[in-house]
Write a protein that binds this ligand. Structure first.
Ligand SMILES: NC(=O)c1ccc[n+]([C@@H]2O[C@H](COP(=O)([O-])OP(=O)(O)OC[C@H]3O[C@@H](n4cnc5c(N)ncnc54)[C@H](OP(=O)(O)O)[C@@H]3O)[C@@H](O)[C@H]2O)c1
Length: 194
């Protein structure tokens, strides 16, 4: 299975490394010409192939969105048609909005299946994953299964928290945000919030 990571900043290369270590083929893109991230890729995620965003996602089954929230409008939504998309983005400061941020992402990426996860883990804490519990939220059962398998394979313990709307439980300000927990503790915190 091929994984594309959009974003070559703090989060993107870490997830690319974890995916490579788990045996996935990985492509990675920044916002511009791939030559701009070749050095980053070579040092931080050797084995990942630096491409333009369009080329990076072309053959990928899973696309990880690891770009700043304010840059999301710069992404062509049709690139992600038919893809399973992991939304790891956060809105800073936390938004007082009627929809969760991943619901907004799903509205814009109408041709994709969006799963919210990993957004609540600081990039320094992602590696090694070490069986740390991560919440995942989504509306498409098949996409949730695909992403749960991916998370498990790269070393996390995926804990479903419900629909994409329930994904607000994972957003900044939530008690699980930035907290390193094992499954039991994670489930307890989520249960208390639901
Ligand atoms: N930092 C964390 O610990 C952490 C943890 C969990 C979740 N998050 C979330 O994850 C996202 C990324 O955070 P970060 O800290 O990794 O950000 P970052 O260090 O600022 O990196 C952002 C990357 O996104 C790329 N980018 C911007 N627009 C793009 C586009 N349209 N297509 C492809 N790539 C694009 C940038 O490329 P250029 O340099 O070419 O602009 C850059 O490589 C944010 O939404 C953040 O809230 C962060």
């Amino acid at each position: 299975m091929k994984i594309a990571v959009l974003g070559a900043g703090h989060v993107g290369p870490v997830l690319a490394r974890l995916a490579l270590a788990a045996g996935y083929e990985v492509t990675i893109a920044g916002s511009g010409d791939p030559s701009r991230i070749e050095m980053i890729t070579e040092f931080l995620a050797p084995g990942a192939v630096a491409l333009s965003a369009a080329d990076a996602v072309a053959d990928a089954e899973i696309v990880v969105l690891a770009i700043p929230w304010h840059r999301f409008p710069s992404l062509d939504p049709h690139l992600l048609d038919g893809k399973v998309v992991i939304d790891s983005m956060n809105h800073w400061p936390p938004a007082e909005a009627p929809l969760g941020t991943s619901e907004e992402v799903a509205r814009r990426l109408a041709g994709a299946q969006v799963v919210k996860t990993l957004n609540h883990v600081a990039y320094q804490d992602m590696e090694p994953a070490g069986g740390r519990a991560v919440g995942l939220a989504g509306d498409a059962p098949a996409a949730l299964k695909t992403v749960a398998e991916f998370l498990e394979r790269i070393g996390f313990d995926p804990v479903p928290v419900g629909s994409l709307a329930a994904g607000r439980l994972l957003e900044p300000g939530s008690p699980v945000f930035g907290v390193a927990a094992r499954r039991q503790e994670f489930e307890k915190i989520i249960e208390e919030q639901s």
